[in-house]
Design a protein. Structure first.
Lengths: 329, 169
C-alpha cells in the first residue's frame, strides 16, 4: 500500500464552532475533524481515510485549558496531553488522569495530541487500520476473528462481529473518575457520562463514541466525587517506551480509615470501550483494603470473558492488574 | 494545486513559503526550505527522526501540516550550532560516539535540547523519559544518554561562568 501519500483535501481552520458546524454540513461524509492530527495524519497517509475537507479545530477559541467549576474541573477538548500532565489543579486532584496522560505515546505526541483526540481516536486493529473492508469499515467480515486472524491485541469482552479494542489510555481513567463529555452541535449542547460516551460494536459498529455526525466534543467535566481519592494506573504494553496497552487498569478508591467506601475500577484494552469491573467493585465496597480484598476483586474481574485464539493471556493480566489496583491504590 | 501561503519563523529568521494542504512541516522544511537536518524515518510518529521545536515544544514534524505553522516559531537542528561552534550536545554526541548512521541524530539532539531547556540537571531516568519518542537502530541508547548527561554538565558550567562574569561587571 502507498504510504505517506495523502489524497487531496481542502484544509479549513475555522475560528468559531458555528463555522465548523457549517463546514460539516457542507461536506457531509467528506468532512473530517482534526485536533492535534496525531491520529488523523496516520489515517490519511495510509489512505485508509480519504476526506475531502479537513476541519482543523485548533483555532476555535475557548476549547483549551483547565477551569475550576462548582463541582470539579472542566477541561477543554483541545487541551494537549502535555498540558494536562503539567496542570497544577489536575495534578492536585486527579492524579489518575495525569498518570494516564503521561503513559500516552511519546513526548512529541503528547505535546500536540489533545485530550479530545485521545478520547475520539479510532481503534488500532491493524486489519481495520490497513484499510481492509471489515465490518467496522462497512464490509462483511472480521479478519481478526477469522481462523487465521492475529488477535493477541483484541478483546475479551463485548465482541459483536467486531473484536477491536479501544486504544485510549485516558478513557479508562475518565470513566473511573466518572467524568462527563460535553458534546456540542448546531442544535446545542448535550452532556454524556463517560461510561455512555464510549460505545461497543453492538451499539454502533462503525463508531467508538456516541458522537453523531455534526457533533464536536468541546469539553470534559470531572466531578469532585473522586477528587484526591486513592488512585492506581498501570498499563502493560509490549515495550517500555511508547506503545499501546495490551491491558491497562485505572482505579479510583475512596478509602476511610482503611475501609473502601466506594470504588470504580476500569480496564482498557479488553473491550471496544473502557470496561468497568462492576463485579469487582461490588466485591470490595465496605471491606478493608488489603491483599485478601484485592484477591476477591481479582476473582470477580474476568467473569464472562470470551478469549479469542491468541489473547487468553489477557485474563490473568486483568486479574493481576485488578489485584494491584485494589491493594496498592 | 491551490497553494497556502504561510509566514513563520525558522531558527530566528522570518520565512515565507507556499505549500499544498497535504504537505507536512517536514516536507516543507526539507523540500521547500532546504533544511534537510530533520529526517523522515517513518512518517507516522513512531521514530522521532523528524523532531523539531514548535513554539519551544518538541513535535514530530511529519505529523504537523505545513499550513498549521502560520505565525509560529520553528527551531531545527540547523539552528543549534553557533556558526561553526557546535552546541555542547553536538560536541558530546561526537565524543561519546552516540551515533553511527546518524539518521536519528538530529531528532535526538533537538529532543535533548528541549529537555535541557526545561531541566538543566536531569537524572538518567528523566533523560530516558524525555527521549522515549526517539528511536535509534544502530547505536543503542546508553551512549546517547551519557552524551546528554555530559552536555547538561557543560551547559550548567557555561551558565555559571556567564553569571560570574556578569557579577564581576
Ligand atoms: C506513535 C504513536 C503512538 C501512540 N501511542 C498511544 C498510546 O500509547 N496511547 C494512546 O492513548 N494513544 C496513542 N496514540 C494515539 C494518538 O496520537 C493520541 O491518542 C492523540 O491524543 C490523538 O490526539 P489528536 O488531538 O492528535 O487527535 P486527532 O488526530 O486530531 O483526532 C483523532 C480523532 O478524534 C477526532 N476528534 C478529535 N478531536 C475531536 C473533537 N473535539 N470532537 C470530535 N472529534 C474529535 C478526529 O476526528 C479523529 O477521528 C499514539 C499515536 C502515535 C502516532
Ligand atoms: S518521521 Fe516523524 S516520527 Fe518518524
Ligand atoms: S545512529 Fe543509526 S539510527 Fe541512530
Amino acid at each position: 500500500m502507498l504510504k505517506d501519500m495523502m489524497t487531496r483535501f481542502e484544509l479549513y481552520r475555522p475560528t468559531a464552532l458555528a463555522d465548523a458546524y457549517e463546514l460539516i454540513d457542507q461536506f457531509g461524509a467528506g468532512a473530517w475533524l482534526m485536533a492535534g492530527g496525531q491520529d488523523s495524519l496516520d489515517w490519511f497517509k495510509d489512505r485508509a481515510k480519504q476526506p475531502r475537507a479537513v476541519i482543523e479545530l485548533s483555532q476555535i477559541e475557548g476549547m483549551t485549558g483547565v477551569r475550576e467549576t462548582a463541582d470539579g474541573v472542566e477541561i477543554g477538548a483541545l487541551t494537549t496531553l502535555a498540558e494536562i500532565e503539567e496542570n497544577a489543579l489536575v495534578r492536585e486532584r486527579y492524579g489518575l488522569l495525569v498518570s494516564a496522560a503521561s503513559h500516552v505515546a511519546s513526548p512529541q505526541i503528547r505535546n500536540v495530541g489533545t485530550i479530545g483526540g485521545n478520547l475520539c481516536q479510532d481503534t488500532r486493529c491493524w486489519y481495520y487500520r490497513a484499510g481492509l473492508s471489515c465490518y467496522r469499515a462497512g464490509g462483511n467480515i472480521c479478519y481478526a476473528d477469522s481462523p487465521e486472524g492475529m488477535n493477541r491485541e483484541h478483546c475479551l469482552f463485548g465482541a459483536s462481529r467486531c473484536v477491536a479494542v479501544s486504544p485510549s489510555d485516558t478513557a479508562p481513567a475518565l470513566v473511573a473518575l466518572d467524568a462527563s463529555m460535553v458534546v456540542s452541535s448546531r442544535k446545542g449542547e448535550r452532556v454524556v457520562r463517560a461510561e455512555r460516551f464510549f460505545v461497543g460494536p453492538d451499539v454502533d459498529i462503525q463508531r467508538m463514541t456516541a458522537l453523531q455526525p455534526g457533533e464536536i466534543l468541546t469539553a470534559i467535566r470531572i466531578p469532585s466525587a473522586f477528587s484526591s481519592a486513592n488512585f492506581y494506573f498501570e498499563k502493560v504494553a509490549e515495550r517500555k517506551t511508547w506503545d499501546f496497552a495490551l491491558v491497562s487498569v485505572a482505579a479510583a478508591l475512596r478509602i476511610e480509615s482503611g475501609t473502601i467506601r466506594d470504588a470504580r475500577i476500569v480496564c482498557g484494552g479488553v473491550e471496544c470501550r473502557p470496561r468497568r469491573m462492576r463485579d469487582a467493585e461490588d466485591a470490595i465496597r465496605g471491606r478493608e483494603q488489603n491483599a485478601e480484598t484485592a484477591g476477591a476483586a481479582a476473582r470477580r474481574s474476568a467473569g464472562g470473558a470470551r478469549p479469542l485464539r491468541y489473547n487468553e493471556y489477557k485474563i490473568p493480566l486483568v486479574e493481576n492488574l485488578v489485584t494491584r489496583a485494589v491493594r496498592d491504590a | 494545486m491551490k497553494g497556502i501561503a504561510v509566514s513563520t519563523t525558522v531558527n530566528g529568521d522570518a520565512v515565507e513559503f507556499v505549500c499544498d494542504a497535504r504537505e507536512t512541516l517536514l516536507d516543507v522544511l526539507r523540500n521547500h526550505l532546504g533544511l534537510t537536518g530533520a529526517k523522515e524515518g517513518c512518517g507516522t510518529g513512531d521514530c522521532g527522526a523528524c523532531s523539531v521545536l514548535l513554539d519551544g515544544q518538541l513535535v514530530c514534524s511529519c505529523l504537523v501540516l505545513g499550513a498549521e505553522v502560520e505565525g509560529r516559531e520553528i527551531e531545527t537542528v540547523e539552528g543549534m550550532a553557533d556558526g561553526d561552534r557546535l552546541h555542547p550536545l553536538q560536541k558530546r554526541f561526537l565524543e561519546h560516539a552516540a551515533l553511527q548512521c546518524g539518521v536519528c541524530t538530529p531528532g535526538f539532539l533537538v529532543a535533548a535540547k528541549a529537555l535541557l531547556e526545561r531541566n538543566s540537571n536531569p537524572s538518567e531516568s528523566e533523560i530516558r523519559y524525555a527521549l522515549a519518542g526517539n528511536l535509534c537502530r544502530c547505536t543503542g541508547y546508553d551512549k546517547i544518554v551519557h552524551a546528554v548527561h555530559a552536555a547538561a554538565g557543560d551547559l550548567r558550567r557555561q551558565q555559571k561562568a556567564r553569571k560570574k562574569r556578569k557579577a564581576a561587571g
